[in-house]
Design a protein around this ligand. Structure first.
Ligand code: EPZ
Length: 431
């Protein structure tokens, strides 16, 4: 317990993990956070009620729904099905504090410009894994006629979004999504060159096309959008979360055992599966079912770098760091997407990991066993990586700041507990 919390008698919630047990069984994977968020925001582009199925029950989704209610939409959740009725949308200005908490609030910029021709919202939030500017979003939307007003929040207007040719200098996921949301209702034709290729982008395009948009991805990866005058509401089932699935495959790499995860396509987990095979894990994939078997200590990977899809995803870099910290030999990971995404290393040090960070390169000398410790989640994926460390460690590990993990994992205790992990949430009433 941190001294200041103790003195104030604040309730403290943390995860408690008793390590050293291999994982056996199958985990049904939740809907994808990074598909659900842009899909929910895209509901603003049509009048009426959209139904989104397999929508994960996570904090970032709840925050997004709160922002939509503030805009005048009405939302309802029934289990994993979410209904969003946008008929009552009345405003184009977002003040909700949730908007400065999550990164995906920036997507309201493109959707509001597309629907209302105006948008005002705070700078987005998100995990502290880098500076996370929005310059690519602004430059791209300016190429479609949007005019931005400088200030401490994002303000833009564009009475009539013009189609046009946008070239992204970097295949930014969010900037690609914002361009799509802004130009599906534009006048004329738009092209997005060098867009992101993540599966979540194609899922957003699928939902928009189902509702009347006309988006095609050409062989060179660029996106062509023929503007239409209106979109209809629609029904969509969110795909399984490839990052959650990959996290759990890495868990088996840490603990040993035999784990199945279902719901992810071959392409979406291909790069992660390849690394696990390099480490010596047996990985089978049939349709959307992945099985990983780990019978002995895995080997390190001499060098790997994170890259845009379909290469190894930055969101699995922290879980991989944990797996490599208990693999044999020396491994090196270069993080090329975010400039500050090695915070997990400092917490792993407290558990006995041997990791040296030099700029965007982490050098890891594997140890046989980590030791339980009291640690704090530094961000969403780093928090999940520390859970994996606790599963492997000798003794008890206590992870605070679990709110980070709840932003993207529906119930990591439920999921890992169902395959043999000894993990529980502890509410400490404090002093
Ligand atoms: C999305 O973030 C995901 N978030 C991230 O997942 C993911 O790590 C990232 O894409 C990369 O795959 C959601 O989808 C909600 P980017 P986004 O724009 O859109 C720089 C998770 O754990 N950049 O592709 O913010 C940026 O700083 C989260 O689920 C600019 O410089 O990522 C970063 O270095 C974490 N200017 C790089 O590009 C801009 O205007 C990639 O960013 C935009 C981005």
């Amino acid at each position: 317990m941190r001294p200041d919390d103790e003195s104030r008698g604040m309730a403290l919630k943390y995860l408690e993990i008793s390590g050293g047990r291999p994982l056996f069984g199958e985990i049904q994977i939740q809907g994808s956070k990074n598909a659900a968020l842009p899909i929910l925001v895209s509901c603003i582009l049509s009048e009426g009620t959209c139904r989104i199925e397999n929508c994960p029950e996570i904090k970032d989704v709840e925050d997004t729904l709160q922002i939509m209610r503030e805009l005048g939409c009405s939302t309802k959740r029934s289990g994993r099905t979410v209904y969003v009725n946008t008929s009552g949308i009345s405003g184009w200005e977002i003040r909700a504090t949730e908007a400065s908490r999550i990164r995906s609030s920036v997507l309201f910029l493109g959707a509001l410009l597309g629907r209302m021709g105006k948008a005002a919202l705070p700078m987005p939030g998100g995990c502290a894994i880098g500076s996370r500017p929005v310059d690519l979003h602004q430059k791209a939307l300016e190429q479609m006629g949007a005019v931005f007003r400088n200030g401490d929040q994002i303000q833009a207007e564009c009475p009539l979004i013009q189609g046009g040719r946008i070239r992204l200098p970097f295949p930014s996921v969010g900037a690609t999504e914002n361009c799509l949301l802004a130009c599906v209702l534009a006048k004329g034709e738009s092209w997005i060159e060098n867009p992101a290729r993540e599966p979540e982008i194609d899922e957003l395009c699928g939902f928009l096309n189902l509702r009347g948009a006309r988006i095609t991805r050409r062989a060179d990866g660029s996106l062509r959008i023929q503007g239409v005058s209106r979109l209809e509401p629609g029904v969509w089932q969110i795909q399984a979360d490839r990052i959650v699935a990959g996290t759990y495959l890495m868990a088996a790499a840490c603990t040993g055992g035999s784990l199945c995860v279902s719901g992810c396509s071959r392409e979406s987990l291909g790069a992660a599966a390849e690394v696990l095979r390099q480490m010596g894990a047996q990985v089978q994939n049939q349709e959307k079912r992945w099985a990983v078997a780990v019978r002995e200590r895995l080997k390190g990977v001499p060098y790997i770098e994170t890259r845009p899809y379909p290469e190894f995803p930055t969101d699995l870099q922290s879980p991989l760091m944990t797996a490599l910290s208990v693999a044999s030999g020396r491994s090196r990971i270069r993080e090329t997407i975010f400039e500050n995404r090695f915070s997990t290393a400092w917490e792993l040090h407290k558990m006995g990991a041997r990791i040296r960070v030099e700029g965007n390169l982490a050098c890891i000398d594997g140890v046989r066993r980590l030791r339980g410790a009291r640690i704090q989640a530094p961000d969403l994926r780093g928090g999940a990586a520390l859970v994996l460390a606790g599963l492997q460690a000798e003794g008890i590990t206590r992870i605070e700041r679990t709110e980070y993990i709840e932003r993207g994992y529906e119930d990591i205790c439920r999921d890992l507990g169902s395959v043999g992990a000894r993990i529980r949430v502890v509410q400490d009433a404090g002093g």
